[in-house]
Design a protein around this ligand. Structure first.
Ligand code: SF4
Length: 432
């Protein structure tokens, strides 16, 4: 094999990562293995992380035998030892196209709430299977120096002595490392406005609430509902201080903001009474079209609707909605468009499912009926094999179109649509 090729990576029991040059790196979709080539890979962004996947055997492609091989033993260890699969957790702004590939057994525990992209060693560097879907540097670590955050946390205590929401965002920025909260303290891009301790869905991959025996949450939920005045104070400060600002309801550290709709409506009215600057955005499960309508009447500008599938059965199996259905979500989209709002889909991507023929058709039907403005192709942070199992997804290899191919075909078929990862500012919307 003269030509440079992507080499399989694996880790030993001490989490030491090796390349295994005998094997070509592979990707996985719904338990199907795929041989990776240069065109499937991009250089791994330095803000990305490498994960060692416990109790999961790496799978490589053996070009001599022309087949996929599960690697059990550790060829590098003097005494008996096993190897584990390795995955990449992409930096924000990237969409995963193949999941990491591995073989697991029945006793293997579910992976924590992250996305797991296939990774390889190529030309001596780490590459992973994905695409850069958004070039904005909004959440790049180099732009969010912790010293600057800490400094402003202290300064903001004087500016907002009694604001509980700012106290909450301090913990988000300093303890959970939330990029949106850090950006608030650095007065740049988009500021978060979490408000709701409760939710009317029970997503299996919810990062703020998990059942007892489930995965651990990555961002505990806010435990109080801020007042409209507290919200408006934070938002007005950010809208004033930042050139092309966005403020957003609906964060990882809360439930569903529409459940505290009255507070949001009052807050938006308070903000818009003072300024027309910037974008007030709502990230939501869009379960309440009636409140969406009132929010746009109050001055909301854009809404990002989270959705894992346009197929009702897979939507319900993931969101476990209580008291609403996918129909309500679609009605919210229509309400927002009727009000002239900018509508994005937060399309939660799982390789092998999102790019399946049936899901593509369902997405096409939705896009043809609803004149939305943008698709944010965001990775679904959930154990890939557990996702297919829990949602009882059965998709054959030939029905998998490829995530990159799917995005390119949507770009061709719906040229007016914006594509990205982040809620756009007013300037970006205009540019689009
Ligand atoms: S809609 Fe959001 S907050 Fe509610 S369960 Fe799902 S992920 Fe969690």
């Amino acid at each position: 094999m003269a030509k440079e090729y992507p080499k399989l990576l694996a880790a030993d029991e001490n989490n030491k990562i090796y390349d295994i040059p005998e094997f070509i790196a592979t990707g996985m979709k719904g338990g199907e293995y795929f041989r990776l080539s240069e065109k499937d890979l991009i250089k791994l962004h330095p803000d990305s992380e490498l994960f060692v996947l416990p109790d999961r055997k790496p799978v490589g492609y053996d070009p001599d035998q022309e087949k996929f091989i599960q690697i059990s033993g550790n060829p590098f260890a003097s005494k008996k030892g096993s190897l584990h699969a390795v995955a990449a957790f992409f930096a924000p702004g990237h969409t995963t196209t193949y999941s990491a590939s591995y073989k697991q057994n029945k006793r293997t525990r579910v992976l924590p709430l992250f996305s797991y992209a296939a990774v390889a060693l190529y030309k001596g560097e780490f590459y992973a299977s994905g695409i850069r879907i958004d070039n904005e540097k909004r959440q790049e670590l180099t732009g969010m120096p912790l010293a600057g955050v800490r400094n402003n946390v202290k300064k903001f205590r004087k500016i907002f002595p009694k604001n509980r929401l700012v106290r909450h965002l301090e913990r988000c920025a300093l303890q959970y490392g939330c990029p949106a909260a850090k950006n608030f303290f650095l007065k740049r891009y988009e500021a978060p406005l979490p408000t709701s301790p409760a939710c009317n869905a029970k997503c299996i991959g919810c990062i703020s609430h998990q059942p007892e025996k489930g995965c651990c949450v990555t961002q505990p939920r806010i435990i109080f509902v801020p007042t409209a005045e507290e919200i408006a104070e934070v938002a007005l400060f950010h809208l004033k201080e930042v050139k092309d600002p966005v403020v957003s309801f609906g964060q990882g550290c809360e439930g569903e903001p529409l459940l505290v709709g009255d507070v949001l409506i009052d807050a938006v009215k308070l903000i818009r009474a003072k300024t027309g600057k910037g974008i007030i955005n709502l990230n939501t499960n869009a379960s309440r079209p009636d409140i969406i309508k009132k929010l746009f009447d109050a001055g909301l500008n854009s809404v990002r609707v989270s959705i894992n599938s346009m197929q009702e059965k897979f939507y319900s199996a993931y969101y476990l909605p209580r008291g609403y259905t996918l129909k309500d979500v679609l009605s919210s989209v229509r309400q927002a468009k009727k009000k002239g709002g900018f509508v994005s889909l937060n399309y939660l991507v799982m390789p092998g499912f999102t790019d399946s023929l049936k899901e593509k058709r369902a997405l096409g039907r939705f896009l043809s009926k609803n004149d939305i403005d943008m698709i944010q192709w965001r990775n679904l942070n959930y154990d890939p094999l557990a996702y297919f199992k829990k949602l009882r997804i059965k998709i054959s290899r030939r029905e998998m179109l490829g995530v990159k191919e799917l995005i390119n075909s949507v770009k061709r078929e719906y040229p007016h649509l914006m594509h990205g990862y982040f809620n756009p500012s007013r300037r970006r919307m205009r540019r689009a």
